[in-house]
Write a protein that binds this ligand. Structure first.
Ligand SMILES: Nc1ncnc2c1ncn2[C@@H]1O[C@H](COP(=O)(O)OP(=O)(O)OP(=O)(O)O)[C@@H](O)[C@H]1O
Ligand SMILES: [Mg+2]
Length: 270
């Protein structure tokens, strides 16, 4: 599918990050159809940030698919309940039986929007039983899920939680070629995608193979900054294609059902 060339920049549709004080630093948000790496070390709220976007977009009638490879849906949803998300506000569906995928996709009400959580952690055990054993098939299975999400479910936004878990599952020999094809596949489908990527503790790369950084349209980095005994959450836009950004590091806070990015004296940065 060829990408549209806009006549002027106002026509570029952008998706809010739903982080107060952040969108204005990237011309209003993430361009629709971008593939964005959400990177950070463990516990930096990568999953929460992606869920936050899909949740708020679902309240506006958009369809999101959240594919979890590690964390089971109960653990994931309890985490969001603890963060005070009102899950009754959106049409939320859970799929943990791969044989019901077509049913789940066609049950999505594309006019009302919603969020489909696919718990591949559970599915992993089922496909194991179905003797899908090679890594190649895992990658194909995931691509099929994404394709169906778009074609049958009218998916607008997709989150893979996480790329790092996919590397463990699938055979990633010739990783550059496979990643190139995966990114092209997502790009062709024109789904805005959030790929969660665990960052090595050494923080010498945003992603495991390095190529993901180049292939992605955007990188949002989450971090924990330690100053003496005080630890602060931080967020920054490492890159966002087609967007004039402020690359400064912002403090990130979650309170009162909202993420907030702060800068300019509101929270001391040093
Ligand atoms: N109500 C809350 N308000 C603020 N922070 C919270 C709240 N509930 C949980 N947290 C924090 O959220 C963090 C985990 O968020 P999340 O699971 O999104 O991170 P992650 O980067 O995806 O983690 P992982 O590396 O384990 O996948 C925890 O450190 C936890 O303390
Ligand atoms: Mg996570």
């Amino acid at each position: 599918m060829a990408r549209e060339i806009f006549k002027n920049k106002e026509q570029i549709q952008r998706i809010s990050t739903y982080i107060d004080g952040f969108d204005e630093h990237m011309q209003g948000g993430i361009p629709q159809g971008h593939i964005v790496l959400v990177t950070g070390v463990a516990g930096t709220m990568k999953s929460s940030l992606a869920f936050n976007i899909l949740y708020h977009e679902a309240t506006k009638g958009k369809v999101g698919v959240y594919l979890s490879l590690e964390q089971g849906y109960a653990s994931l949803l309890n985490h969001f309940v603890n963060m005070n998300y009102d899950l009754d506000q959106i049409n939320i569906m859970i799929l943990s039986d791969i044989s019901k995928i077509n049913e789940a996709m066609s049950s999505i009400d594309q006019d009302k929007g919603g969020l489909l959580i696919i718990d591949l952690g559970t599915i992993r055990k089922q496909v194991g039983a179905m003797q899908i054993s090679t890594g190649k098939d895992w990658l194909n299975l995931i691509k099929n899920i994404i394709r169906k999400s778009k074609e049958m479910g009218g998916c607008d936004h997709f989150c893979l939680d996480s790329l790092s878990a996919l590397y463990v599952l699938a055979d990633f020999q010739q990783a550059r070629t496979k990643l190139f094809k995966l990114f092209e596949f997502l790009r062709d489908l024109q789904i805005t995608s959030f790929l969660i990527s665990e960052m090595p503790l050494t923080k010498d790369s945003y992603s495991e193979y390095g190529v993901e950084d180049y292939l992605a349209d955007g990188i949002i980095n989450l971090d924990l900054a330690r100053r003496q005994r005080k630890v602060t959450r931080e967020i920054s836009i490492v890159k966002m294609r087609g967007t004039k950004c402020n690359h400064d590091v912002f403090s990130l806070e979650y309170s009162g059902k909202k993420f907030r990015a702060m800068y300019g004296g509101k929270i001391p940065l040093i």
